[in-house]
Design a protein around this ligand. Structure first.
Ligand SMILES: [Zn+2]
Length: 322
């Protein structure tokens, strides 16, 4: 009898331990960073739109894929717009539609109501100004042969631990700058910066001298899905989490591209204060600089405005902007 009770308790303990382990496994899925990882680490990458539940928690899944043998979801909190990777086995998901999710903050960001102050297309369509005070610092990492402007990154980090910074990164930049990218990852991991990764396409198509309407993502043969997904996969392969934001190269997109982007459940991110080109920032501005070595003038303006108290503070997370 005693033995039976002891073995029952032992079994119960094992079950409880297994359940605790399962619960732990159902938190945000961590992908171990792998030096030299490529997008090929991420398999069967597919755009989905599913409503997922686990207990009281609700998420929308926008991508499904496999990595290192696990099936994962890229999920977004429909109210905060925060993205997390999650184990598919932990969630009960069913197909969702934009109509049924239209009341969520996420769908309102993806498909905002018409607003006369927003450019429709061709240049700078999308979210160009945020709500409330402070400002939203965004830096574009278009492909570049030059090193990362680390002084600018340090200047943002000096605003305090966890200073928010949105980096619109191209996959081609990551592939060419492994050491700079690892340095940024360490800034995020250590808590020095709260980096939000916006997708800036993979190859960042551009031909000098062509008009906007024939350039950037509007060049013949450019595949928007491939440009979106290859950068997302590369971020995930490095243990990072893509956000819901996409910045078109050159800020150029026509109505068809904008609609395809919405179908992939991404938010087009523009800017109302490209510091190198003006106008100066005001409360709620989305600032744009290029810390990829190609636009030092904009970084000097950033530094000067920051030191003279002319940048609206605090810097805020881009997820607060829509
Ligand atoms: Zn760019």
């Amino acid at each position: 009898m005693k033995l039976a009770l002891a073995s029952f308790l032992f079994c119960a303990t094992l079950v409880a331990a297994a359940m605790a382990q399962a619960e732990e496994d159902c938190g945000p899925a961590l992908v171990a960073p792998l030096a030299g990882a490529t997008g090929a680490r991420v398999e069967d990458y597919a755009a989905v739109f599913e409503s997922c539940a686990r207990g009281d928690a609700r998420r929308l899944a926008t991508r499904r894929f496999r990595i290192d043998g696990d099936e994962l979801l890229l999920t977004v909190d429909p109210q905060t717009l925060e993205t997390t990777l999650a184990r598919a086995a932990c969630w009960r998901c069913e197909a969702a539609s934009d109509d049924e999710q239209a009341g969520t903050r996420f769908l309102q960001a993806v498909r905002p109501p018409p607003d006369a102050s927003r450019p429709a297309a061709l240049v700078n369509a999308g979210l160009i100004h945020g709500r409330g005070a402070g400002s939203f610092v965004t830096g574009d990492l278009c492909p570049s042969q030059k090193p990362l402007d680390r002084d600018f990154i340090e200047e943002v980090a000096a605003q305090g631990p966890g200073a928010p910074l949105t980096l619109a990164v191209s996959g081609a930049w990551i592939a060419r700058h492994p050491v700079d990218f690892a340095w940024l990852q360490e800034k995020r991991r250590s808590g020095a910066l709260a980096i939000t990764w916006a997708d800036h396409s993979y190859s960042h198509p551009y031909a000098p001298g062509l008009k906007d309407a024939q350039n950037y993502m509007l060049r013949p043969g450019v595949d928007l899905d491939r440009e979106i997904f290859e950068t997302e996969k590369l971020l995930i392969a490095h243990g990072e989490t893509p956000s819901v934001f996409f910045r078109f190269p050159g800020l150029v997109a026509d109505a068809a591209l904008l609609e395809k982007l919405r179908e992939r459940h991404l938010v087009a991110l523009g800017a109302d204060s490209w510091l190198a080109l003006g106008p100066p920032p005001r409360a709620g501005s989305i600032l744009l600089v290029h810390p990829n070595g190609n636009e030092p003038g904009g970084l000097r303006i950033f530094s000067r405005l920051l030191k003279s108290g002319k940048l609206p503070l605090p810097f805020r997370r881009i997820t607060d902007a829509p």
